[in-house]
Ligand binder design. Structure first.
Ligand SMILES: [Zn+2]
Ligand SMILES: [Zn+2]
Length: 792
């Protein structure tokens, strides 16, 4: 006789709303097992009994074959006495106890749904909202928990008999797919003119016709509105740029498939994997020479941001248009993107000639995510790895993260890293794992620009999607409402609230206004390094290199080129970039020529940058020399100075622009490096002025500015590596964490990492969260949690 075995299995993680129960049901039936499955407070609870071999196979397959959208964090198994179940059933769940189950991120249309979309015989043929238990909208339509249709923006759509049958059939791939719908019962697509009047005819064909004629069409996407024009249509792209008041920032391009992507950019295996991942991020890739893209799409940029369609609507539109299209945020200038129909018609009325709308509301505004793989080195092949880490966090990016090391023979193996520039649609709100659980729930309020917040409970850190600049009123509202929404979704009531030390940040003010909580002030650059540690699951201590724009220092001066000894509880400033005057204070952050003046003073009167700004040069120097005037050790300011010196940019239209364009300007093939003096007394000081002087002398001597920019980058990388070697001798620390917005610069990141590895350091770089201020809240949360440990 066969041995009967009964087990109770508790699965935690992202296992609700992802087709997990139908998967379990099918698996149990296939193995001839009896029992039942239901959702519970933490995930999914399964009672299963039958032949021993079947039960063992069940446990193996449970993890091995789990649905693609699920993220299993833990499986707990308890053995019991067989209860005599007949058959396997899906039991009703208790909605009162479902709050802690996790909400998954939005996911691109799956292959099965795409087949239906293209099949003339299918009842969802060309239906722009086709989805199933494996794909479709999630985070952006969820109003509350439990994850159930009534608490999504699909609540108003009653299912037709055919959809209801699929929804209730455990054998259907739409079993309990909350957004299930069809042309008979679901949302409807409409095309409106700029005044809001609905146009007749097929909305997709109508929109594609307008696009081909060079009109700007606003398209309602998963997380908000985009503005579209054909990517090769210069008058349309120029008109869009003018109407959006967006002077320089590149537009992203949506392409139908990898073949179209390859016509525009260099797409290697890493890039292809990122482009086709279920999050469908924008991936920044090297532009092909002669790529058919209008000049106004990404002026002066060697790279293009590409993405593949993330919804059936976008598949249909690109199919009809049959060429790549610009798809940029539906906003004016720096405002948050519109996500509500009425607001879009008002705010985008002066930009779009038509609106492709539908009646499925977006509950949470969520921008496109942006990733940037480091440029492929000639010999650089990926070695895979990181797969399990990727599943644990829900960020596909780690699937292509590659660990570095010394290759045999002592040469440096090329390292491919993927930098997250913006984490939003497709990733939020899936949690990141904390190495040590937070003793009490934490809210971390982040910084000011590229704002995010982070809620931590136990081992889970829920990092919000990118919100934008908090100085914008609409963004501040998203910040405050978003914190409430996340607290509700994940059943968190924070006892500890972390904030930046900058008293003027609106995020800091929000923290200080909360009552009944313990406040934890976190220094900005310590938060950057802690963010990198948390991102890597490393407790420290490390040598932290925080190269960033100007930020509030622990001593009241403006920091931003810092060498720290840091772990998750504390830090010590070991060194910094030599401080220079910051003429005009914050004006210097918007006018890089002022930083050129601060560094060059009157040394090179013949240089173009001095001539261009001759009338205000002396005034800037006087501003900087005024008693009590601010000084800064910011690396961003150093890059600004060199960008202005080389004529790349005297003033900027968005934060970090000069440094970003300086990278684009640099010749990556240039091997030379400017020397930098590094001195040590109490603190290590890296003298940036020497770099600027060398660059100015080369420029005066007629050296090509692209070569100069290359030598500058190499010089900074050399100096960081040499500084770390000095600090290793003093501290014994041989691991370095690189963070701060300057490490969005792929050239700087790659050169610095290579030099540090060559010197024998273990190098930590960001994996899942941005090195820029978008990652600050995670660092604050990790610090607050760690300090709470030491307290108790
Ligand atoms: Zn699907
Ligand atoms: Zn239906």
């Amino acid at each position: 006789m066969t041995t009967l075995k009964r087990i109770d299995v508790h699965v935690e993680g992202i296992v609700q709303g992802v087709g997990f129960r139908p998967f379990v049901y099918t698996l149990a039936n296939r193995l001839g097992l009896a029992g039942r499955v239901r959702n519970d407070v933490d995930g999914v609870f399964i009672e299963v009994e039958g032949a021993l071999s079947g039960v063992e196979e069940f446990l193996t397959a449970l993890e091995r074959d789990a649905p693609a959208l699920s993220e299993i964090e833990s499986v707990t198994v308890v053995t019991g006495e067989p209860a005599g179940h007949s058959g396997f059933t899906i039991a009703a769940s208790d909605p009162s106890g479902l709050r802690r189950a996790l909400v998954s991120a939005d996911s691109t249309t799956c292959d099965d749904c795409l087949r239906e979309l293209a099949d003339p015989a299918d009842r969802r043929h060309r239906y722009p909202f086709v989805n199933c238990a494996k794909c479709g909208p999630r985070f952006t339509i969820v109003r509350g928990v439990p994850y159930d249709r009534l608490l999504t923006t699909m609540a108003g759509f009653g299912m037709c008999a055919a959809c209801a049958a699929e929804y209730h059939d455990p054998g259907s791939r739409r079993f309990h797919a909350q957004p299930v719908c069809c042309p008979a019962c679901g949302p409807r697509l409409r095309l409106h003119d700029a005044r809001g009047t609905e146009l007749c005819g097929d909305p997709i064909i109508g929109a594609a016709t307008l696009l081909r004629a060079g009109r700007v069409v606003a398209v309602k996407g998963l997380g908000g509105f985009h503005l579209a024009v054909p990517a090769a249509h210069e008058p349309a792209a120029a008109a869009l740029r003018g109407r959006k008041h967006r002077e320089d920032k590149p537009f992203a391009i949506m392409v139908a498939d990898l073949a179209q992507a390859r016509r525009l950019c260099e797409v290697d295996d890493v890039a292809a994997e990122l482009l086709t991942s279920r999050a469908r991020p924008i991936v920044v890739l090297p532009r092909r020479a002669g790529a058919p893209v209008a000049a106004s799409v990404a002026p002066g940029n060697r790279d293009l941001g590409l993405m593949l369609p993330d919804t059936p609507l976008h598949h249909l539109l690109l199919g009809e248009l049959a060429e790549p299209m610009v798809l940029t945020g539906g906003n004016v200038s720096d405002e948050p993107i519109a996500y509500e129909d009425a607001d879009a018609l008002t705010r985008l009325g002066g930009i779009a000639d038509a609106f492709l709308l539908h009646d499925r509301a977006i509950h949470v505004r969520t921008d496109d995510s942006v990733l940037r793989p480091s440029p492929a080195a000639a010999a650089g092949r990926t070695t895979g790895g990181g797969e399990s880490a990727g599943r644990a966090t829900g960020a596909d990016v780690t699937a292509v993260d590659v660990t570095a090391g010394m290759a045999a023979g002592g040469t440096i193996a090329p390292v491919r890293t993927v930098t997250v520039l913006r984490r939003a649609r497709g990733y939020a709100p899936e949690p990141l794992a904390l190495r040590r659980p937070a003793p009490r729930p934490v809210l971390a309020c982040g910084a000011e620009l590229k704002s995010t917040f982070c809620l931590a409970k136990g081992r889970r850190a829920f990092l919000s999607q990118h919100l934008g600049d908090l100085e914008n009123h609409e963004t501040l509202r998203s910040f405050v409402e978003g914190i409430d929404h996340f607290c509700g979704l994940f059943d968190i009531r924070p006892d500890v609230v972390a904030h930046d030390l900058h008293p003027g940040y609106l995020s800091t003010r929000h923290a200080l206004e909360l009552s009944g909580v313990e406040l934890v002030g976190v220094q900005h650059h310590h938060a950057h390094i802690a963010s990198c540690l948390a991102d890597n699951g490393d407790p420290g201590p490390v040598l932290g290199v925080a190269f960033d724009g100007p930020g509030h220092g622990a001593d009241g001066t403006v920091w931003g080129g810092e060498f720290l000894r840091a772990d998750l509880t504390s830090f010590e400033r070991l060194g910094h970039l030599a401080a220079v005057p910051m003429p005009g204070g914050t004006a210097a952050t918007r006018q890089p020529w002022r930083m050129a003046a601060a560094y060059l003073r009157d040394d090179h009167p013949g240089l173009d940058v001095v001539r261009r700004n001759a009338e205000r040069w002396a005034g800037a120097l006087a501003d900087g020399d005024r008693p009590g005037a601010p000084t800064t050790s910011s690396a961003g300011s150093l890059f600004d100075a060199v960008a202005a010196l080389l004529g790349v940019r005297d003033t900027i239209t968005y934060a970090g622009q000069a440094a970003i364009e300086l990278e684009q300007h640099a010749d990556p093939a240039e091997p030379g490096a400017y020397p930098v003096t590094v001195t040590t007394r109490d603190l290590l000081v890296m003298d940036g002025a020497g770099l600027v002087r060398a660059a100015a002398e080369d420029l005066a001597g007629g050296v090509d500015s692209h070569v100069i920019a290359g030598r500058f980058h190499n010089g900074v990388a050399d100096a960081i590596a040499r500084s770390c070697v000095t600090l290793r001798q003093a501290t014994g620390l041989s691991a370095v964490a690189l963070s701060g917005s300057l490490f969005q610069n792929a050239l700087l990141l790659e050169r610095t990492g290579a030099r540090l590895r060559a010197a024998g350091f273990r190098v930590l770089t960001h994996v899942r969260v941005p090195p820029n201020d978008g990652g600050i809240s995670l660092g604050q949360a990790a610090i607050a949690a760690a300090r709470d440990h030491t307290r108790t």
